[in-house]
Ligand binder design. Sequence first.
Ligand SMILES: [Fe+2]
Length: 286
Amino acid sequence: VTSVVGLGYLVLNATDLDAWEAFASDLLGLQVATRTADRLVLRMDDMSYRFDIRKSDNDGVEAVGWEARSEADLEALCQALQGAGFAVKREGGDAASERMVSGLARFDDPDGQAIELFYGLKKDKDPFVSPTGARFSTGTGGMGHVFQMVSNEEAYRHLYLDILGFRLSDYIDFAPGMYGTFLHCNPRHHSFAYAVAPTTGVNHLMLEVDDLDSVGRAYDKVLAGRAPLMSTFGKHSNDGMLSFYVTTPSGFSIEYGTAGVLIDDATWVPSRYDVPSFWGHSRAAS
Ligand SMILES: [Fe+2]
């Protein structure tokens, strides 16, 4: 099975770009690459961008971009999707250059979330410079992970494991009858995770930095009221991430953390946890 190799970028719709710019740069430490009246493009590493946020009358995730290793892999992934009944659109040069990639395809997941597959994300000639001094752990692990609430366990299992080539990391039982499935496509413990829930859509996005102090400094800003705290500082059971959750100006949350475990497929054995966190991660009273 051909596999995607990582989370590459996110395209967001946002009603308040000013709020996003301040949140992204002052709190998360992302670098503003482009800012116009209707667009905010953000960097977090040597790639030209990782977030492309468009001014809109609604807030939400316009598209989740997954990276393929090559044109041949992108083609194989499109074939597999088509074979499984997904309507895949191979986008042309204009759409690809708008995304700053060499090749692009697009389809809707079973709940209607737009997913993009690409290869050849453009790097920037200038170094990434964080306004807060944060250094993001990306590289072979991609830009982070996405956790999505979904309507149908089987449909998502089929899409992500059988078609997009993800491997099972583990499960977490959140509550009786409700569990999360965590999947990897590179050394990052999970790049995609999902749970069946009544309200579907992207629940959170995780960004990882390379030191605890960057997490602590951002946490202090949240505690000082810079943005709404979603969940307190804590340590996740399965990936060991030391993190907190903050609500973005678009309403979904970002998990900001460090020290997540890496997976070696040669030795990894999936397991099951009965708690999402060893300590912390309490829902904040907001
Ligand atoms: Fe997470």
